[in-house]
Design a protein around this ligand. Structure first.
Ligand code: ATP
Length: 320
């Protein structure tokens, strides 16, 4: 019988995590569960940093970026000793089940807790990267795309006015989702993503061909996992003779108020995670698939995600 649940946020923070926490807390209380907030992810769990969360403690956070619980990366938790310690803390505090909000690393931690230590866990996809398998979209990705888009729209103004080539580096180490979406939305001419690789020679031929047609400004969106924006800009400057600028958008993509989409997604997924616990379904993560809220196994969720990179890329190229 589950009476008390814990909730934590772990890994990189993502806009909408707060909306998910709020939903877990209020939906849990509504179903007569006690909810304990664990601070700083698995690091706070090991250090026994936790506090009961009531209805008021999550007031006024649905619109705020970041996470009120704090987040961290914790190497100690990857070790057997660290996990044993975390399990003792959960048992001592009578936490019967855990909701973890984060990305694939966070899920790997939950797999350990569930499969090795038999701690009932459910996951909520919270990462701007949208790199989790089994869900169409993760909490935070939509806000990050909109933030990057706003920045690129501004860069575009300068590119057009000055007839310049700009390389804009966005987040995405393993997954080019943000890059490809934002490139399409911004009307960028080129996008480099880890899924596809790139051909610099071909890119230069396109730029030359564009110039013959009277097109001088160019936006190249680069996912950080595909190439270094600075290096691409340097090579283009050397090879074309026209000064090419690089902008690295960096951590602004993580922050800011979550979009309506992210708040709605987070609220639905947070409640769905509590529903899983109430049904005694553990070792799973809640997902949004084809507009429906569902659940898949944690192990499936950490598998490689496939994005439709080819078709998006072709469309971007066809529209130059
Ligand atoms: P994001 O990708 O958005 O940054 P994430 O959840 O993937 O989010 P990570 O830093 O990869 O972020 O993982 C968060 C934490 O999960 C790690 O610091 C570590 O404590 C734990 N973790 C990661 N991998 C494992 C593993 N194999 N076993 C146990 N714990 C793990």
């Amino acid at each position: 019988m589950i009476k008390r649940i814990g909730v934590l946020t772990s890994g990189g923070d993502a806009p909408g995590m707060n909306a998910a926490i709020r939903s877990v807390v209020r939906y849990g209380l509504h179903h007569k569960l006690e909810v304990i907030g664990i601070l700083r992810g698995y690091a706070g769990l090991i250090d026994e940093e936790m506090k009961p969360l009531d209805h008021r403690s999550v007031a006024g956070i649905i619109n705020r970026g970041g996470t009120i619980l704090g987040s961290a990366r914790c190497d100690e938790f990857v070790t057997e000793e660290g996990q044993r310690h975390a399990v003792e803390v959960l048992k001592r505090n009578k936490v019967d089940a855990l909701v973890v909000i984060g990305g694939d690393g966070t899920y790997r931690g939950a797999i350990e807790l569930w499969e090795r230590w038999h701690i009932p866990c459910v996951g909520v996809p919270g990462t701007i990267d949208n790199d989790l398998n089994g869900t169409d979209i993760t909490i935070g990705a939509d806000t990050a795309i909109n933030t990057a888009l706003e920045a690129i729209d501004k860069i575009q103004d300068s590119a057009t006015s000055m007839d310049r080539i700009f390389v804009v580096e966005v987040m995405g180490r393993e997954c080019g989702y943000i890059a490809i979406q934002v490139a399409l939305a911004a009307g960028a001419e080129e996008v480099l993503v880890p899924e596809l690789g790139y051909d610099l020679e071909e890119m230069l031929r396109d730029i030359e061909e564009g110039r013959r047609r009277g097109k001088f400004s160019w936006i190249i969106v680069v996912a950080e996992g595909a190439a270094k924006g600075e290096e691409i800009a340097k090579k283009i400057t050397e090879l074309t003779g026209s000064e090419t600028k690089a902008d690295i958008l960096g951590h602004i993509q993580r922050g800011g108020n979550p979009t309506a989409w992210d708040r709605i997604l987070a609220t639905r997924l947070g409640a769905a995670a509590v529903d899983l616990i109430l049904k005694n379904e553990f070792g799973k993560v809640v997902v949004s698939k084809d507009g429906m809220i569902n659940a898949v196994d944690l192990r499936l969720a950490v598998g490689k995600k496939r994005i439709e990179a080819d078709s998006y890329y072709q469309l971007i190229r066809d529209l130059i």
